[in-house]
Design a protein around this ligand. Structure first.
Ligand code: PMV
Length: 341
């Protein structure tokens, strides 16, 4: 990509330990409650944005191919909002590549929109804080706001109607070494096939029809308090138990929607059983699942190899990916020279 103003950014996916599931404003994509996540180093999106008069219309390329109309529309909604806010008249060329299976519940939209907004503002010479960028990323995908930051991250639901206070901030209260010792072992189920229900529509359907939705929204603030307390005292077991229970409550809410939204496959349940078996053998391992069939297991570094080996044996688990805490989203100066936003 050449000509115009160009920047490349990279961002890591994140996995929520206290989930975002519900919107207070669907149009502005404002979350109904806060959430808390771990950014993962192993799941990276690299996105280049060029603002240029040299092309006749905006173009979006994902993983080497023109994006589908639906994916392009989501990307260009955010690009258009940035164009208006910055008074940009040029067209936009977006090229994005995921280093993990797309649309499979591995949260590629989180890293994708975080890298997109960082590259788009940087290409325009914009000096914007990571917190402000998280507000922009949130418009594309609620979880993307969290991918601007490395390590443990807290998303704030905010109260304002314009959503300017619905941003992410890094959570820096963990004792020294706690975040570095965290591992997330992703058990990939279902061959990385696209997920059955996109999270955006699924959340709206769940809020409109699930009899458990209000109870879920009442639970999240309590879980956030407990998760933050566990992090502040460096208590991985308490954090893991809380994260697993919170994920199951989110899925229960979706399963109770009418008609049901069920992301799990038989291998998802088999992997969950394996996590319980690991715990029964004294290995600290706690599961979480998102809008797809994969199981992500939180563990300490010392247990990661045992957890990965146990999950790899589960019938239907295609492979495992062991991740540790990833860095802040960054502008890439060259292929291997990222710098902070
Ligand atoms: O930000 P979205 O629309 O991709 O929704 C994310 C939803 C979950 O992954 C299920 C939960 C979360 O907090 O990441």
């Amino acid at each position: 990509m050449s000509g115009g103003r160009v920047a490349t950014a990279r961002a890591c996916a994140n996995i929520a330990l206290v989930k975002y599931w519900g919107k207070r404003d669907p149009a502005l994509n404002l979350p109904a409650a806060g959430s808390l996540s771990l950014t993962l180093d192993g799941l990276v999106t690299v996105t280049t944005v060029a603002w240029t008069a040299a092309i006749p219309h905006d173009t979006v390329e994902l993983d080497g191919r023109p994006a589908s109309a639906k994916d392009a529309a989501r990307v260009l909604d955010v690009i258009e909002a940035i164009r208006r806010a910055r008074g940009i008249s040029a067209h936009c060329h977006v090229r994005s590549a995921n280093r993990f299976p797309t649309a499979s519940g591995l949260a590629s939209s989180a890293s994708g929109f975080a890298a997109l907004v960082l590259a788009a503002f940087h290409a325009d010479g914009g000096n914007v804080s990571a917190r402000e960028l998280s507000v922009w990323a949130r418009r594309g995908s609620g979880s993307a706001a969290r991918s601007l930051f490395g390590g443990l991250v807290r998303m704030h639901a905010g109260l304002r109607a314009d959503g300017e206070d619905a941003f992410a901030t890094p959570l820096t209260t963990a004792p020294a070494g706690f975040v570095d010792d965290l591992r997330m072992i992703v058990a990939v189920v279902g061959g990385g096939t696209p997920k059955s229900h996109g999270s955006r529509d699924a959340m709206l359907h769940s809020a409109a029809t699930s009899p458990l939705h209000d109870a879920w929204l009442a639970l999240v603030p309590r879980d956030l308090v407990q998760a933050e307390a566990a992090i502040a005292r460096g208590d991985l077991a308490a954090l893991g138990e809380l994260a697993e229970a919170n994920a199951l409550a989110m899925h229960a809410t979706a399963i109770a929607a009418r008609p049901a939204i069920i992301y799990w496959q038989p291998a998802t349940l088999a992997a969950l059983a394996e996590v319980r078996a690991l715990r029964a053998r004294g290995v600290g391992a706690w599961a979480t699942m998102d809008a797809g069939p994969h199981v992500k297991v939180l563990a300490a570094a010392a247990d990661a190899a045992a957890v990965a080996a146990a999950l790899a044996q589960v019938p239907g688990v295609d492979r495992t990916i062991t991740c540790q805490a990833g860095p802040d989203a960054a502008v890439a100066l060259g292929p291997d020279e990222p710098t902070g936003p």
